[in-house]
Design a protein around this ligand. Structure first.
Ligand code: FES
Length: 146
């Protein structure tokens, strides 16, 4: 592994750990990672903002990321699922429910193209999603059964 790749791997690992510890990557968390790895805060922040798995703002307990990649789009996904979730939760992409339970976001491909439409909630991938399966999933999460 070349030096550049090693540095990037260390940075991604540090960002992941910081997010695990703090729940999201605040300016303070970015600053700590930059100090530990002797990188500029700008470099750390730009790397974190490139990957949808990193949160630069506080999130709800369940971070719902709906894929709007091509495969999901062609499978009737993104718009349909986002609109459905918007109505179901009463929030738009980028927003968090008032109870702090759900945050809704739209992201690009989440590596489940063969089973589109797909979405991710926290670290869990959900494939072949329909309005019915989303409704059941959200109900289970609201009841704490997942
Ligand atoms: S386009 Fe949606 S998972 Fe790849």
């Amino acid at each position: 592994m070349v030096a550049h790749q090693k540095q990037k791997a260390r940075l991604l690992a540090a960002l992941f750990l910081a997010q695990e510890q703090y729940g999201w990557l605040s300016s303070e968390a970015i600053e700590r990672v930059s100090e530990r790895l002797s990188l500029s805060p700008g470099k750390v922040r730009s790397t974190a903002s490139f990957y949808s798995m990193f949160n630069l703002t506080p999130r709800g307990d369940y971070h719902i990321q709906v894929c709007e990649g091509l495969s999901c789009y062609l499978a009737g996904g993104a718009d349909t699922l986002v609109n459905f979730l918007t109505n179901l939760l009463g929030i738009k992409p980028g927003e968090t429910t008032l109870d702090g339970k759900f945050t809704l976001d739209v992201v690009q491909c989440i590596a489940a193209c063969g089973s589109a439409p797909a979405l991710r909630i926290n670290d869990e991938l959900y494939e072949n999603m329909t309005r019915e399966s989303i409704t059941n999933l959200i109900e289970e999460l609201q009841e704490g059964n997942r």
